[in-house]
Design a protein around this ligand. Structure first.
Ligand code: SAH
Length: 194
């Protein structure tokens, strides 16, 4: 199959924005660690003086991410947290330049453990407060699994109502793909918000 060169996956499109936002030395959050690809990417981007907080409720996620980080000697700049992102306020006290969400279930693990509308919204709400001006929250949303569409609707309902003088909210997705392609929502904080 001939692959696209630029318009590939929403998670790659996401990186085009993240590249602009993340600077060396930044503090950032991976709200859904999963297999640790984003955590590793973020750890590389923030450099040795930056820091990544990464959350997941599954032991498997922590294990596989830890292994990935150790292979690249990135473990010292990352805190792997076995707790829900809805409890982010217990762990993250500093301003951050980005918070990354990749919703749904962990590929190859128990598909019953999925992100849930209520806790996802709670985590997004707290992330909005943590963001520094011009920081970004990115949310990859999947609708192909049971509960996915409900979660998408809840997230959209919430982000659609954010005040446009405080936040810019962008939706992006491949509209000609079959099988429920993921959607990406990006939120930029325009100014200070309490
Ligand atoms: N759907 C994506 C991967 C998502 S991984 C893909 O196909 O690539 C989502 C991760 O979120 C899973 O590892 C799951 O354990 C985790 N998760 C579920 N509920 C959570 C919560 N409340 N807080 C943090 N992580 C959570």
């Amino acid at each position: 199959m001939i692959k696209s060169k630029y318009l590939t996956k929403v998670t790659d499109i996401n990186k085009l924005y993240l590249e602009e936002v993340i600077n060396v030395g930044d503090i950032v959050v991976d709200a859904t660690m999963g297999n640790g690809y984003d955590t590793k990417y973020l750890a590389q981007k923030v450099g040795k003086n930056g820091f990544v907080y990464s959350f997941d409720v599954q032991e498997e996620a922590i294990k596989s991410t830890k292994k990935k980080l150790e292979k690249e000697n990135l473990q010292d700049r990352v805190k792997l947290i076995l707790d829900g992102h809805e409890n982010m306020d217990k762990y993250v006290k500093e301003e951050v330049s980005c918070v990354v969400f990749n919703l749904g279930y962990l590929p190859r693990a128990k598909h019953q453990v999925i992100t849930q509308p209520e806790t996802t919204i709670k985590a997004i709400e707290f992330s909005l407060k943590l963001l520094k001006p011009h920081g970004i929250i990115s949310i990859a949303i999947y609708t192909g699994h049971p509960g996915g569409m409900e979660e998408k609707n809840s997230v959209y309902e919430f982000v659609k109502n954010l005040n446009q003088s405080e936040f810019s909210v962008l939706e992006c997705g491949f509209i000609n793909q079959i099988n429920n392609p993921p959607q990406l929502v990006l939120i930029e904080k325009k100014k200070e918000y309490l």
